[in-house]
Design a protein around this ligand. Structure first.
Ligand SMILES: CC(C)(COP(=O)(O)OP(=O)(O)OC[C@H]1O[C@@H](n2cnc3c(N)ncnc32)[C@H](O)[C@@H]1OP(=O)(O)O)[C@@H](O)C(=O)NCCC(=O)NCCS
Length: 332
């Protein structure tokens, strides 16, 4: 059975920088509150209306193909992880496939929020091992900024999120010294309503009403304390589990690339895993939480900055809405 590897990575963020002070112009918050609670200094938003998740993904995929040394036309499958799709249906993968000019190439959308990249990596790894595809574009991409509540009611969530895209090209490798080692993912729907968007909903007839809009049900709603508690428990737990089942320990890890939801969460996770600060990637200060894009974006940057190099053992870990969580191990 062929082993899979991340053959290339690329990312793209829109040019519009939105600082904490910019947000403080729109609702009651402060740079100090946001930095102290989350570590976020600024995030990116799309420059103008009309740019959807699939549009942001196009340059990220092209950058990943360049990094992998392949042409876009070599891509033989797309996995698109997002919670902010261009439309209710069809999936953003289909829009991306059209924009990349890849007619006939299968496009799978997955909706696993902040754990989307890890769920996608598990699927891509299995497809490669089964010999089904050789050049999978695994995309994580979000346009959050068009769906946030910029009133005081939504400020706890709105300060967290930013727009961004990243892509990993996943394919087979013969090289024994590199590759995806394992990915473990979980979910617990008991937490589904602790971080969610209630409407539009197929369970409502009609799916959305003016009344629901007046109540703000179209905006993300979060119990931040519960999410914090679960994330700091589940991310270390699943990280240790995936290490243990592969006969490894945290001492073997060269770099932890965690989902970027809150710097305090990741510092606590690193402490629980006994990992020194220099082995943990943080870029939340510049991008906020880009959900499905955050892990590949952080890994792509870490490689560009020389913090991760070929042969390094990388631990990926995420927790998010669903609740969903997971951890992955790969050698670059
Ligand atoms: C969101 C989060 C930063 C809030 O921090 P917290 O310490 O739990 O803060 P609380 O929600 O208890 O709010 C404390 C106070 O700050 C206020 N507040 C909330 N958001 C604010 C903001 N953006 N600016 C200023 N004040 C804010 C609250 O209204 C509350 O005021 P009160 O004490 O007068 O009622 C924190 O809970 C968190 O990061 N949770 C995890 C979220 C996460 O990771 N989500 C993504 C998952 S993938």
């Amino acid at each position: 059975m062929a082993k899979s590897a991340i053959l290339g990575l690329g990312h793209y963020v829109p040019s519009k920088v939105v600082t904490n002070d910019d947000l403080a112009q729109r609702f009651e918050t402060s740079d100090e509150w946001i930095q102290q609670r989350t570590g976020i200094v600024e995030r990116r938003y799309i420059e103008e209306s009309g740019i959807g998740a699939s549009d942001l993904a196009v340059p990220a995929v092209k950058n990943a193909c360049d990094d992998a040394g392949i042409a876009v036309s070599d891509i033989d499958a797309i996995i698109f992880a997002t919670l902010s799709p261009d439309h209710f249906f069809p999936g953003s993968g289909c829009f991306l496939q059209k924009k990349l000019g890849l007619p006939g190439v299968p496009a799978l959308d997955i909706r696993n929020q902040c754990s989307g990249f890890l769920y996608g990596l598990q699927i891509a790894d299995a497809w490669v091992r089964a010999g089904m595809y050789r050049r999978i574009a695994l995309v994580g991409c979000e346009v959050h900024s068009t769906g946030l509540d910029f009133s005081n009611e939504g400020r706890d969530v709105t300060v967290l999120f930013g727009d961004g895209a990243a892509c990993a090209i996943v394919g087979p490798t013969e090289d024994e010294s590199r590759g995806v080692i394992d990915v473990e993912v979980h979910a617990d729907g008991a937490g589904a309503e602790l971080l969610w968007i209630e409407a539009a909903s197929s369970a409502h007839d009609p799916r959305i009403t003016h009344e629901m809009i007046d109540q703000g049900l179209q905006y993300p709603n979060m119990n931040g304390k519960q999410v914090f508690r679960w994330a700091t428990e589940k991310m270390p737990e699943v990280s240790l589990s995936v290490l243990e089942r592969n006969g490894l320990t945290t001492a073997d890890i060269d770099l932890l690339v965690p989902h970027q939801a809150n710097r305090r969460i990741n510092e606590l996770v690193a402490r629980k895993l006994d990992l020194p600060a220099e082995k943990v990637v943080h870029n939340i200060q510049r991008f906020g939480n880009t959900t499905a894009a955050s892990i590949p974006l952080a890994l792509s940057e870490a490689i560009q900055q020389g913090r991760a190099k070929q042969g390094d053992l990388i631990l990926l870990a995420a927790f998010g809405s669903g609740f969903t969580w997971g951890a992955g191990l790969c050698r670059l």
